[in-house]
Design a protein. Structure first.
Ligand code: AMP
Length: 275
């Protein structure tokens, strides 16, 4: 059985994970749950988009066998709930710096879902790259018999990564948001041309991203497995891959995206469907 955990408001990125799950297992389960413990009080939990009927139709269209969509959080967080799963090192940097308890909530809900649904395979998107590494670390450390699969990011034709939060963007914000994939692509191009200085690679992306965003939380070059940022002055070895991750606001909407330099060949894949 393969599990695809989601928070709903499903788009082609989610459906690509479900198709991959379909390829890997006889039975595909999707969970739809807007998990309160991964949101800070100032986050968008209350207004996060919810569309269960539309989501169920989309799940059916890609052959999902079972949807687990608890309507009440008490199903997963019984009265008095206090247990949390911590993956402190992998969760520390990047998103962890700006959303301090976010990955604690993510790891805890995934552990609960794994425990309830007992999948052999769990499929995640590399759009949330650090999340994928946190879950992979947790599965390894807790000796869970689960294969964690990470699927590449599905993008709009202009490169913007699909996200449920894109629904918050006004027309003009949606246009401006293109600077995020464009900045990442500029860094990929520089890497392909031989640039190996991680400060320069981050700066190249940041310069483009600054043109359309309201505020940047980070544009950081990090180790692709540990997700630890490279110290200033780092030069990558010839064959070294590096994660280049960004979090930025367009208007009030916070968007994240990333590429793995050395893995992305040429321009970013702007496919709307998994190859
Ligand atoms: P969410 O509903 O945002 O919690 O996401 C559920 C799963 O879908 C996570 O594993 C995400 O990484 C993945 N996902 C979200 N957006 C995309 C995308 N554009 N491409 C691929 N996977 C995605």
């Amino acid at each position: 059985m393969a599990l695809v955990p989601t928070m709903g408001a499903l788009h082609e990125g989610h459906l690509a994970l479900m198709r991959e799950a379909r390829r890997r297992a006889h039975t595909v389960v999707t969970s739809i749950f807007v998990n309160p413990t991964q949101f800070a009080p100032t986050d968008d939990f209350a207004r996060y988009p919810r569309d269960l009927q539309g989501d169920l139709a989309k799940c059916a269209s890609v052959g999902v066998d079972l949807v687990f969509a608890p309507l009440d959080a008490s199903v997963l967080y019984p009265a008095g709930d206090e247990t949390r799963v911590l993956v402190p090192l992998t969760a520390r940097h990047l998103e962890g710096e700006f959303r301090p308890h976010h990955f604690e909530g993510v790891a805890t809900i995934c552990m609960k879902l794994f425990q309830l649904i007992t999948p052999e395979v769990a499929v995640f998107g590399r759009k949330d790259y650090q999340q994928l590494q946190v879950i992979a670390r947790m599965v390894k450390d807790l000796l869970l018999p689960i294969e964690v699969v990470g699927l590449h990011t599905i993008r709009e034709a202009d490169g913007l990564a699909l996200s449920s939060r894109n629904a918050y963007l006004s027309f003009s914000e949606r246009t401006r948001a293109r600077v995020i994939p464009n900045g990442l692509r500029a860094a990929v191009d520089a890497y392909e041309m031989g640039e190996r200085d991680t400060d320069a690679l981050s700066r190249i992306a940041r310069t483009v991203i600054e043109r359309g965003t309201t505020a940047i939380d980070y544009v950081t070059c990090a180790h692709p497995q540990s997700v630890v940022p490279h110290p200033r002055g780092t030069t990558l070895g010839e064959g070294d891959h590096a994660l280049l991750a960004v979090a930025a606001r367009v208007g009030n909407t916070r968007l994240i995206d990333n590429v793995v330099l050395g893995e992305e060949r040429g321009p970013l894949i702007f496919a709307t469907e998994a190859p």
